[in-house]
Structure formats: structure tokens, C-alpha cells
Ligand binder design. Structure first.
Ligand SMILES: Cc1ncc(COP(=O)(O)O)c(C=O)c1O
Length: 403
């Protein structure tokens, strides 16, 4: 006998990577050397100070009890200092910051806080899958908004206006999710884009949920926070995280920043779901947030050094890509000779033991794309390219690869 599940559990699909990485682990367990270029899981170490702070704090008898729901005052102050130093944004540490178990968790809490069943949510037609999945889980009405490929993957504001106007009475729009530097396309953030977004949110009385985990990775200009735009705090919440920028993805630490009223409301929901994080983790994150500009430059120099290797990997596959991308990935278009991204990805995994992400997991617009991660040492990326060049390649590919 099986007890019936809630509709939401029946309708929600398991996260693509959760399924695919199990396949990768099965291949590894069978002794295959899989090169995983699929996920944005930084392979570099957090700063040495971060690890020291973790150890020191873990040795204190006072570090092991329940912690404040809003995190430690020291962590909130460190986030405040980081926002001022990095983005020139002033935040109030006691009221405008809420530490989270990564920004992914924040998407759920914000959705639970703001969305009634049926409310409209605007998600980018290509984007982080959690915006769409969580909106559907809470019973909201998901509406995808187009990104203009030839306009640098910027939102199509005219289409957004139409989407909001067409649905202003039944299921009015409540949240617009946005993320620049954009994953998966690598499109950079600009002040003009953020100003437009804040104007749009004011005009239509919509909450802007901005997800900002990539602002420090391979950014070509000074990093920007949406909260630096005049009037943003009235209509926007920003999620941020140490996962990518501080090589701490497995630590699960991020935060939301925004006006006190929004932070208080999300905290009311969150405090019923979990408790404050482990103190040594928060103490270490507090230390990580003081990493010097040089530390960030050195991390980016490593990623920069991997870019050429990623480009030759993609050239070997016959893919095309923009060299203006920011963030932890390269987004690349498949050549016409490749029939399907899914087949390519599966073939590469099975016959070359190289894993890359198919573009469709970020939305149907990504059908003809793949996403390759920078989170592998250069030699491993070169090894992946070498495997493509060796005979016995994936079905349907060998011709292209040896041409
Ligand atoms: C756009 C985007 N938002 C959020 C996340 C999740 O970040 P975190 O580890 O802080 O939960 C990711 C992770 O890949 C991401 O790409």
C-alpha cells in the first residue's frame, strides 16, 4: 500500500541535477573517470581565514546551541559591510538582512510570504529552475517572460507589460523574478536594466525578486546590486550568497536584503520552518565576507585561465558562444548538425564520460544550447576536449568532431 501524495508532490518533478548526478555517481562507482562540467560547484577552497574561523568557533562550548532566527549580529554586520564595500549600498544590519540556508531557500520563503494561490509570477523563459518550480508548488500561476537573445538576453519589457496588463484582474501579477549577471546566458547586469526593472515594479506594484549570486565572478565592470537603484527598497528584495563568490556552495549560507517590512514578513514564515544556522558556520561566513579584493581577483584569475580551455572544448563540439559572458558558466549554441541537446549530453556522458548541462533544463528556449561550467581545473577541461577528439565518439558526433 502507498499513502497518496499531495498533488504538489505528484506534479513536481525531481530537480534535473538530482537525477543526473545520481547517474554520474553510478558511472563513477563503476570505475569510470567522469569529468563533470555540468554544475556550478566551485572546486576552489574558501579563504584560509574562513576555515580557521570555523575551527576556532567549533572549539567553543558556547557554539553548539540554537542560534537566533536572524543569525548572529556579527554576520549581519559583516553582510552590511560587504554590501557597502562591494556595491556602495547602505543596509541596516538589524532590520534589513536575513541570513538564509543559501539563496535557493530564500526563493521558497519569499514565495510563501507573498503569493496566494493563483497569483501571477513572472519568471524568465530561461533561468534558474527553482523560480518556476517553487511558484508552481505554492499554487501560483507561472508566466514566462521572453528574453531578447539579440538584445543581450535582456527582458522584453514590452512583452512584460502586456503579460501584466492582460492579467490585471484575474490572477494579478505579484512577483517578477530576475537574475543578472544572468544564469545560464552569462548576460551582465547594467544600471540601465536595473533602473528599468525598478520603474516597472513601481508602475505595476509588483515585487522584484532579484537573485544576485554571480556579481563577483568574472565581472567585467564593478559589481552592481539592484538595491543601489533609487526607489528599489520599496519594491525589491535581493538574494545573495557565499556559494559561488566565496567558494562555499556546500556550506549553505546566503541571505536576503531588503526593507524591514519585507524582512520581518519573510522571517515570520521562515521562523516556523527552520532555526538559526550553526554558529561556527556563521562565524566563518562573517570572516569570509572580509576576504580582500585581491582574494577575489585571484579567484577570477583562475577562472579566466580556464576560459580558453572551455572555448576549445566548445569549438571542438562546433558550438558558438559570446565572449562577453559573466558568472561561472559558458552558454553555447549547438551547431545545426546536432539533432538534440539531450542526445548530445547523454552521448557525451555515456561514451566520453564528460557531463555538460543541456540548455532545456533552464526553459524550453534553451533547447538548442548547452551550459558548461568553469568549476574544473584547466587540465581536466583539456582532458575532456582530448576525449572528444579521440575515436569512438558519441553517435552522430564523430563526423563533426573529426571534420
Ligand atoms: C541563479 C541562481 N540562483 C540561486 C542559486 C542557488 O544558490 P545557493 O547555493 O545560494 O542556494 C544558483 C545556483 O546554481 C543560481 O544559479
Amino acid at each position: 500500500m502507498i499513502i497518496p501524495l499531495a498533488q504538489r508532490a505528484d506534479q513536481t518533478q525531481e530537480y534535473y541535477f538530482s537525477v543526473k548526478l545520481a547517474e554520474v555517481r553510478r558511472l563513477q562507482a563503476a570505475g569510470h573517470d567522469v569529468i563533470n562540467l555540468g554544475i556550478g560547484n566551485p572546486d576552489l577552497m574558501p579563504s584560509a581565514n574562513t576555515i580557521d574561523a570555523l575551527i576556532k568557533s567549533a572549539q567553543q562550548p558556547t557554539s553548539h546551541g540554537y542560534q537566533p532566527y536572524k543569525g548572529t549580529p556579527g554576520l549581519r554586520q559583516a553582510i552590511t559591510n560587504f554590501y557597502r564595500h562591494t556595491y556602495g549600498v547602505a543596509l541596516e544590519p538589524d532590520t534589513e538582512i536575513l541570513p538564509l540556508i543559501g539563496s535557493k531557500e530564500g526563493i521558497t520563503h519569499i514565495s510563501l510570504t507573498f503569493l496566494n494561490e493563483g497569483d501571477g509570477v513572472l519568471v524568465p523563459e530561461l533561468g534558474y529552475p527553482a523560480y518556476r518550480a517553487v511558484s508552481a508548488m505554492v499554487g501560483a500561476t507561472v508566466r514566462e517572460y521572453p528574453l531578447l537573445e539579440h538584445g543581450g538576453w535582456q527582458p522584453d519589457w514590452e512583452a512584460l507589460t502586456d503579460l501584466v496588463s492582460a492579467n490585471s484582474s484575474a490572477n494579478p501579477t505579484k512577483i517578477l523574478w530576475m537574475n543578472y549577471p544572468h544564469m545560464p546566458t552569462g548576460a551582465p547586469a547594467t544600471r540601465a536594466l536595473f533602473e528599468r526593472a525598478v520603474r516597472f515594479a513601481h508602475d505595476h506594484k509588483i515585487l522584484l525578486g532579484h537573485d544576485n549570486p554571480y556579481s563577483l565572478i568574472l565581472n567585467k565592470k564593478a559589481p552592481i546590486s539592484l538595491l543601489s537603484i533609487d526607489g528599489a527598497k520599496d519594491v525589491a528584495i535581493e538574494l545573495n550568497s557565499l556559494s559561488k563568490s566565496h567558494n562555499m556552495a556546500g556550506w549553505r549560507i546566503g541571505w536576503m536584503a531588503g526593507a524591514k517590512a519585507y524582512v520581518d514578513a519573510v522571517l515570520t514564515i521562515k521562523s516556523n520552518v527552520d532555526s538559526g544556522q550553526f554558529k561556527p558556520l556563521m562565524d566563518a561566513a562573517t570572516e569570509a565576507l572580509t576576504n580582500s579584493d585581491d582574494w577575489h581577483r585571484e579567484r577570477n584569475a583562475v577562472y579566466q585561465g580556464r576560459l580558453d580551455a572551455i572555448h576549445s572544448f566548445l569549438d571542438t563540439l562546433g558550438c558558438t558562444y559570446s565572449t562577453d559572458q559573466e558568472g561561472l558558466f559558458i552558454w553555447a549554441k549547438l551547431p545545426d548538425s546536432v539533432a538534440s541537446a539531450e542526445d548530445l549530453v547523454n552521448d557525451l556522458l555515456v561514451s566520453k564520460h564528460v557531463f555538460i548541462a543541456p540548455g532545456f533544463i533552464f526553459g524550453p528556449k534553451g533547447n538548442r544550447y548547452v551550459r558548461v561550467s568553469l568549476c574544473m581545473p584547466k587540465e581536466r577541461i583539456e582532458e575532456a576536449t582530448g576525449r572528444l577528439n579521440r575515436t569512438g565518439g558519441p553517435a552522430g558526433f564523430q563526423q563533426d568532431l573529426t571534420d
